[in-house]
Design a protein around this ligand. Sequence first.
Ligand SMILES: *[C@@H]1O[C@H](CO)[C@@H](O)[C@H](O)[C@H]1NC(C)=O
Ligand SMILES: *[C@@H]1O[C@H](CO)[C@@H](O)[C@H](O)[C@H]1NC(C)=O
Ligand SMILES: *[C@@H]1O[C@H](CO)[C@@H](O)[C@H](O)[C@H]1NC(C)=O
Length: 333
Amino acid sequence: MWAALWLLCAGAWLLSARATTELTVNAIEKFHFKSWMTQHQKTYSSVEYNYRLKTFANNWRKIHAHNQRNHTFKMGLNQFSDMTFAEIKRKYLWSEPQNCSATKGNYLRGTGPLPPSMDWRKKGNFVSAVKNQGSCGSCWTFSTTGALESAVAIASGKMLSLAEQQLVDCAQNFNNHGCEGGLPSQAFEYILYNKGIMGEDTYPYRGKDGHCKFDPQKAIAFVKDVANITLNDEKAMVEAVALYNPVSFAFEVTDDFMLYQKGIYSSTSCHKTPDKVNHAVLAVGYGEKDGIPYWIVKNSWGTNWGDKGYFLIERGKNMCGLAACASYPIPQV
Ligand SMILES: *[C@@H]1O[C@H](CO)[C@@H](O)[C@H](O)[C@H]1NC(C)=O
Ligand SMILES: *[C@@H]1O[C@H](CO)[C@@H](O)[C@H](O)[C@H]1NC(C)=O
Ligand SMILES: *[C@@H]1O[C@H](CO)[C@@H](O)[C@H](O)[C@H]1NC(C)=O
């Protein structure tokens, strides 16, 4: 089974290798690829080396072309620079649509004025460190623990580190699928009905599907209620982040997002519908720069991706469906 899967993947890159053989890589690109390989501790077989070099050169050119144009965000090299988007999708993003449809949420928006900006990272120790999901589509578990870690910290002043692996292994009965995907709202429901989640120390992250090893004695965080935000009500997301808690949301990652480095991400290639979202993250604040409103978002691809593990994305347009399934937990403390 694993051998078959491996063959499938290897076959895919050999095929794409043929498609990119036209590209002639110059000495500068070769030089940068070698230093990128050193930096990321990469080694390849000689067949794969040529394919990766060409893929890297393709990305390198894309970055330079993009950065020369007047975009609100810059691209740069990162851990994904030797991969095509098709490969990235298979490894890091949800393979099938999730049931992302909090059509009518239970979160009721008020009418009061809201501050023009908010950043939970600057309010105190309310946002846990950026983590790394590895090659498993478990972003939804990191979005979930991140939101709950903040909720507990805001309510009690205690910063915990919670167990993503428990969600990967145990939350299937709430329509979650481990490395294949899941939703923060469904994961909060799981934690609520399961009566707790363990800490990273007693249930460490492994980045692959496994058997459930939940031990109720070791649960350290609990959910009292789940706030679901109504489909496409981005204003309610703003209010929730302004007044209560960082908010988990999902959106559609497309090709141009992978090489994001800094600035306000905005895309014309992504969709806005709930069936297209393929990645979950955590909004920890918002603001506005040069007339463009944005969200401040924590990702789970490590601190070397994007802006120290974070990105900004344009706010107010349901960009890439980001207002399709937003939620946050109310902790039991
Ligand atoms: C670049 O974009 C900014 C903001 O969108 C705009 O104000 C400015 O006029 C643009 N400059 C050029 C040279 O297109
Ligand atoms: C969506 O919900 C249905 C009904 O609850 C369930 O059978 C299905 O597995 C869910 N799909 C995903 C991707 O979670
Ligand atoms: C919130 O969303 C989850 C999963 O999408 C759902 O199971 C739950 O019933 C919703 N809660 C409320 C109060 O609507």
